[in-house]
Design a protein around this ligand. Structure first.
Ligand SMILES: Nc1ncnc2c1ncn2[C@@H]1O[C@H](COP(=O)(O)OP(=O)(O)O)[C@@H](O)[C@H]1O
Ligand SMILES: [Mg+2]
Length: 246
């Protein structure tokens, strides 16, 4: 077993009387690609918000590398569910933003930015501002901004939800490539089970509220995966049957 990258201990989150996460515990290994799936409203985004300390847990804790999670100290990037490009920066400057904060050398910043612009197909639009682009393009800016960091921990909250299927397939392969090339640990949230089975080494299946982890399904199919492979279809079906969607 690899070392633990993320440890979730007895995590509980209530909003007033609403119990969302109910004593949830699991671990994620260093370098692992894990998908979190579960019905809308089960607390997937809440988990991510807890992980990056946007909100505080009611009880329990999340550790990264054995320490309380701290976005200032740990190398992590995230792509939120709602596109969150900085409106006052051009496409190019959005991508450079975190690299500049972390004081990467100038040549690395230029090189990564070119690479990422190409990866998300925004080279021609590099001087434009987010509001001049579509929602899908804005999300691609944020994806490029996160990928550019080659973070230790990459957090993605339904990042491809707004995209057409061709772009989604392309970016699914790209996140796998970045994961493989950088050795990052990836937590990828989705309610698309096919996407989860295509991407992850383990799939955490959440129940509906009050939410617990129902099952952790190891997916040991080789990459690249084939959505038409009978073994793939059978795992997809198994997970689909586990989720109560309402
Ligand atoms: N800040 C908040 N205040 C009150 N309720 C919230 C807040 N954030 C989320 N919730 C509620 O918590 C539940 C889980 O939400 P969320 O984590 O966004 O679900 P998911 O991402 O799985 O769709 C929902 O019922 C939602 O309405
Ligand atoms: Mg969500």
């Amino acid at each position: 077993m690899p070392e633990d990258k993320v440890i979730v201990n007895n995590l509980t989150k209530k909003f007033g009387d609403l119990l969302v996460l109910d004593d949830v515990s699991f671990t994620i290994g260093k370098g692992e690609f894990v998908c979190l799936v579960g019905p809308t409203g089960c607390g997937k985004t809440t988990f991510l918000n807890l992980l990056v300390k946007l909100i505080e847990p009611t009880a329990g804790e999340i550790l990264i590398d054995g320490e309380p999670a701290d976005p200032k100290r740990h190398s992590l990037s995230f792509v939120f569910q709602e596109p969150s490009a900085f409106p006052w920066l051009t496409v190019e400057d959005n991508i450079k933003f975190n690299l500049r904060i972390k004081k990467f050398p100038k040549n690395v910043i230029e090189e990564r930015t070119e690479q990422m612009l190409k990866l998300v197909g925004l080279t021609q639009q590099r001087k434009l501002y987010p509001h001049q682009l579509s929602v899908s393009a804005e999300q691609r800016i944020v994806i490029a901004r996160s990928f550019a960091m080659f973070p230790d921990l990459l957090l993605m909250d339904e990042p491809y939800g707004q995209m057409d299927i061709k772009l989604r397939y392309y970016l699914e392969d790209e996140v796998l490539r970045i994961w493989r090339e950088t050795g990052s640990t990836v937590i990828f949230i989705t309610h698309n089970i096919e996407e989860a089975v295509y991407l992850s080494q383990r799939c955490l299946v959440m129940s509906s509220k009050p939410t617990t982890v129902k099952t952790i399904r190891t997916i040991d199919l080789p990459y690249p995966r084939n959505v038409a492979d009978p073994a793939f279809i059978s795992i997809r079906q198994e997970i689909t049957d586990m989720i109560k969607w309402w």
